[in-house]
Ligand binder design. Structure first.
Ligand SMILES: Nc1ncnc2c1ncn2[C@@H]1O[C@H](COP(=O)(O)OP(=O)(O)OP(=O)(O)O)[C@@H](O)[C@H]1O
Ligand SMILES: [Mg+2]
Length: 235
């Protein structure tokens, strides 16, 4: 079965495209199925990365890339859904045609959040959007929140603590968005590969790369665990 992810945060620079590429890279390690990475952000950052990867001969194996800026393009992609094990749609950090409609396509929304007020506001907006959509469409799109760019310093901040408190509070009120335990630390390697060096999973296993790989594997394991629960519920 194909699983479709979409990123969501109205805060520019939250870490959406980074998460999209990390997850695509992880699914691409599975030789049994291909991954489709979709850039639905008009600024086309993922596309720029993909093209640079091509120029450097570093395009990831097992990933197909496509740009889709209109819902028509996404509708067309959905016809090929069965060709892929996972589809990851990266969206814009501001209003765009696709952002409003992304929920029609995805099984899981991923919202990165950093320990800062505007990031938390954007997370809160994403929680509202997913909840309102599920209510009005009688659907159960999953919403996972991932803390990112975590540092030892910001882990001690009120904003960092507030993220968990906030999500716990809204969970008590029936919102089903889930804050993942796995988080992404601030890592140079996530930035360095942006200039066309492929995915983290393609990098030589130096110590920093190993740490990043373990972090991403933990994140994926937690996501998979929550998705397995969904499958059981459905059965
Ligand atoms: N965990 C991290 N460690 C280090 N750098 C990070 C991390 N996550 C994201 N970044 C960097 O932060 C910048 C913004 O990240 P990214 O492009 O993923 O955000 P975005 O939400 O997609 O932004 P936009 O809304 O503009 O599309 C990038 O330069 C990226 O490399
Ligand atoms: Mg982006």
């Amino acid at each position: 079965m194909t699983i479709i992810f979409g990123t969501m945060s109205s805060k520019g620079g939250a870490g959406k495209s980074t998460i999209a590429k990390l997850i695509a890279g992880e699914y691409a390690l599975n030789d049994d199925s291909r991954v489709l990475l979709v850039d639905s952000d008009p600024s086309q950052n993922v596309q720029a990365w993909w093209m640079q990867c091509g120029e450097k001969g570093q395009q990831p194996e097992n990933i197909d890339f496509v740009s889709a800026l209109q819902t028509k393009a996404l509708d067309d992609l959905m016809l090929r859904k069965a060709d892929y094990g996972a589809i990851i749609i990266d969206t814009a950090g501001r209003d765009s045609v696709i952002l409003k409609n992304i929920l029609d396509y995805v099984d899981v929304v991923l919202t990165p959040v950093q320990a800062a007020k505007r990031e938390i506001d954007a997370m809160s907006k994403a929680i509202e959007i997913v909840d309102a959509y599920n209510e009005s469409h009688s659907k159960a799109v999953k919403h996972f929140i991932i803390r990112t760019r975590v540092t030892a310093i910001n882990q001690r901040s009120n904003e960092y603590r507030f993220i968990r408190q906030y999500v716990e509070e809204i969970n008590k009120h029936g919102y089903r968005s889930r804050l993942l335990d796995a988080e992404l630390v601030e890592r140079n390697i996530y930035r360095e590969i942006e200039n066309g060096y492929g995915t983290v999973q393609m990098q030589q296993l130096t110590d920093p790369v190993k740490k990043a790989r373990i972090e991403v594997m933990r994140l994926m394991a937690e996501i998979e665990r929550h998705l397995a629960v969904r499958t059981l519920e459905a059965a």
